[in-house]
Ligand binder design. Structure first.
Ligand SMILES: CC(C)(COP(=O)(O)OP(=O)(O)OC[C@H]1O[C@@H](n2cnc3c(N)ncnc32)[C@H](O)[C@@H]1OP(=O)(O)O)[C@@H](O)C(=O)NCCC(=O)NCCS
Length: 144
């Protein structure tokens, strides 16, 4: 059985380290983790946290309206490809829409482009490099 709920920044750290920071010196802690309007969501399977994402209010000049940046999106390796990332993102979009969000954007790893494309996210601009992590594109989705 799965459930999705709000979690604390600290709850994301273990999965961030293993799924997103393996072999890197980059910190698993992020600026904005503890801001009042930041939302951390977790998907649990049988009480095991297997998928995480964090949403931080952050505006880019090239988008209009209230914007949240998605950061730290990751599914535990053994649980990838089961639809959990998609479930978490759909729940997040509903929640953020109810908070007045108009755009969700992220710096998407090139290996995850198809995941975001399937959720309706579009690329904005050119590829750029994030040291240690690799090539990224800005991707965004306008919420209804
Ligand atoms: C990207 C990631 C978060 C997706 O989570 P997930 O729970 O596996 O996603 P889902 O099972 O909901 O997959 C949805 C679709 O995206 C596709 N997809 C998932 N991960 C993908 C990847 N790494 N590359 C390409 N496509 C991917 C799947 O093919 C799936 O489509 P399908 O159902 O038609 O086959 C997960 O693979 C992950 O944690 N990757 C490592 C960390 C990472 O790159 N995070 C993103 C940082 S920007």
């Amino acid at each position: 059985m799965t459930r999705i709920s709000k979690i604390k920044a600290e709850d994301t750290y273990k999965l961030r380290k293993t799924v997103l920071r393996q072999g890197m010196t980059l910190s698993h802690k992020m600026d904005g983790d503890h801001k009042v309007d930041t939302v951390h969501l977790g998907l649990f399977e049988s009480d095991l946290l297997v998928c995480i994402a964090s949403f931080m209010k952050s505006s880019r000049d090239d988008f209009k309206g209230t914007q949240y940046q998605l950061r730290g999106m990751g599914t535990s390796k053994a649980f990838q490809g089961k639809g959990y990332g998609t479930m978490l993102m759909k729940k997040a979009e509903k929640l953020l829409t109810s908070k007045g969000a108009e755009v969700i954007w992220c710096n998407a790893r090139v290996n995850a482009l198809d995941f975001y494309r399937k959720l309706g996210y579009e690329i904005r601009g050119e590829v750029f490099d994030v040291p240690q992590v690799g090539p990224h594109f800005v991707m965004f989705k306008k919420l209804a």
